[in-house]
Design a binder for this molecule. Sequence first.
Ligand code: MTE
Length: 299
Amino acid sequence: MARRWTNTLKQADVTPEPLWLNRRQIMAGAGAMGAALLAGEASAEALEPNTWDEITNYNNYYEFGVGKDDPARNAGGLRTSPWSIEVNGLVERPGTYTIDDLIGGLDLEERIYRFRCVEAWSMVVPWNGVELNDVLDRVGVKSSARYVAFETVVQPEAMIGVRRKVMPFPYVEGLRLDEARHPLTMLATGIYGKPLANQSGAPIRLVVPWKYGFKSIKSIVRISLVADEPPASWPMLNPREYGFYSNVNPKVDHPRWTQATERKIGGGLFSSRVPTQMFNGYEAEVASLYDGMDLRIFY
Ligand code: MTE
């Protein structure tokens, strides 16, 4: 199927950042399989990515502190090499994989996605990475698996938020298997063709563009295929405010603030808020995953 919204690239071919900034015509989120776009039905929208500086200086990564600028300031000591990822549970080929074992040889793509935090701010990020689906095929998912669980590294000596116990660690997250296998779901290793900054989740993180940002777990060291819905950090901490699904949904407010609108990072202090889109603008691609589900109950 055509994928007009992405290119398949080797890392070495990745466009340098200055060129990215001029490519305003690039489409993303206008049809995962390109179908709607090719049929001319979708309102093709040009997404203007945020700058590298915006993306790497306004972060949530509680292992490095709770302030938005704490991760950029504190993540320098994270050891990202060597790195290994344990794959376990209901898989044909469990084991400890290097990043190259896990994603080497797969299609490394550049994808410009909207990114919407549950705190009602948003960015547009040009990720580099692979489809999680391809990684799952590589490790071989057993038919009894129904969910995928993820875990972030814990390096207390490098992580001031871990030492201060700002929340329980390791940070954990999960997806239903069909969500994990959706073509929009990525494991990202870069932004703007550069390796991820530590504060962005180096060396490898999840990206699920139709869900609130906290699902996009950083610095992954374990991927487990499991039968039952796995625990997730924010829903565990506060199940009334954060659910397992956490699909971006302007019609279901957070108990303490509206989700109908969002503040675009980089838009300036006084820029007005913009409407939040259902499934963060990826409704055509992902709505069918939730057919028959009441999204007020499965928030
Ligand atoms: N992953 C870990 N390990 N720790 C975190 O605190 N924060 C989440 C998510 N992944 C977080 C995490 C939240 S709340 C958001 S909004 C995104 O990362 C932020 O990603 P960014 O800093 O790259 O924008």
